[in-house]
Write a protein that binds this ligand. Structure first.
Ligand code: ASP
Length: 347
């Protein structure tokens, strides 16, 4: 539910097992580790990557999934309460992955099903409003471990919308669990980190100070430049609680207005000036902050956003098995391989 629930050892354990699953996460690969286990995606907010990696991890691990919840075609359209929807999902699925616009809503759902008679399902928080997104933080740590070698002695420069960006909030609980990390926030347009998430020795500067602070970093340092988009939908709801009821055209006008106000971009020059061992990450989707030139640059060793996206699959496979109590099977995944990755070639 929260990054605060993990110890550094828990995190390292998840990452180590995820790494063991790497050879089995290729296209077409199938294991039988989660055979008999069913997933239910319940996304009450949009998702592209998070939903895909959970379904895909289930497939690859040999489990099943029920169709993703869709508000329009579910009985919520007939007025069924959210609670009943969650209880229903827990009757036929073992793992519920939930994303919801209200902070802590997912915690409440977890409490609800934990208190049900004969319940064996559990919930994974895939984003609860502007609060947290702990599984994104896990895949970010995996990316850092693969790309920079470890999770200690790092400088994290966290840029963009720190007020509503939920992966950032999970990181504020996660990064300090490792040794000797420095976290410096660079909010855009005053969207600073709320007090409740601030770890000890956190520093914050306005975004326009980023180049200056970056130029003072020891070139031998390892740096994670963690960028985030402006969460226009949350800012819009704050400005006008009726935002969600407007038609698409009006929503677009409000969104464009907020984008104009908070627009920012990471200049290529800044990335070039950062130490050699810098990795640029982003939880995605990107807005104006990452240009195509950076995002699609195949040969810039500092850019790791597409790798980050790809690593998500094996991390999800890893925590599915661990949270299901199947650690034993992860010692020798080869034993459970039912289909080897396909060697597809373009013709
Ligand atoms: N995909 C991430 C999330 O759901 C980041 C974002 O939307 O900006 O929190």
């Amino acid at each position: 539910l929260s990054m605060g629930q993990f110890s550094s050892q828990n995190i390292e354990n998840i990452l180590a097992f995820s790494q063991r699953l790497k050879p089995y996460s290729g296209r077409g690969s199938k294991l039988s580790i989660l055979e008999g286990i069913t997933l239910k995606p319940l996304f009450f907010e949009p998702s592209t990557r998070t939903i895909d990696r959970h379904v895909s991890a289930m497939n690859t691990m040999g489990g099943d999934y029920n169709p993703p919840f869709d508000e329009k075609t579910s009985s919520m359209e007939k007025g069924e309460p959210e609670k009943d929807t969650i209880i229903t999902a827990a009757q036929t699925a073992d793992i519920l992955v939930i994303r919801h616009p209200r902070p802590y809503a997912v915690h409440k759902f977890a409490e609800l099903i934990d208190n049900l008679k004969n319940n064996s399902a559990f919930i994974i928080n895939c984003g609860d409003g502007p609060n947290e997104h702990p599984t994104q933080a896990l895949l970010d740590y995996y990316t850092v471990m693969e790309e920079l070698g470890n999770l200690d002695n790092l400088i994290w420069l966290i840029v963009g919308d720190l007020q509503y960006g939920r992966p950032v909030h999970s990181h504020m609980y996660g990064i300090p669990k490792f040794s000797n990390n420095k976290i410096i926030g660079f909010p855009v347009g005053g969207l600073g980190l709320p007090e409740e998430y601030k770890p000890n020795s956190y520093e914050e500067f306005d975004f326009d100070q980023l180049s200056k602070v970056a130029s003072e970093i020891d070139p031998k340092s390892k740096v994670v430049l963690y960028t985030t988009r402006i969460q226009f939908e949350r800012e819009a709801r704050k400005r006008d609680p009726d935002y969600d009821n407007y038609d698409e055209l009006r929503k677009k006008q409000i969104r464009d207005e907020i984008y104009r106000e908070f627009r920012y971009q990471i200049p290529l020059g800044l990335l070039n000036a950062l130490p050699k061992r810098t990795k640029l990450l982003h939880p995605l989707p990107r807005g104006s902050e990452i240009s195509d030139e950076i995002f699609l640059s195949n040969n810039n060793p500092k850019v790791a956003m597409i790798e980050q996206m790809r690593y998500g699959l094996q991390v999800t496979m890893g925590y599915f098995a661990l949270f299901s109590g199947l650690e034993e099977m992860l010692h020798e995944p080869e034993k459970y391989l039912t289909r080897r990755p396909l060697a597809l070639q373009r013709i």
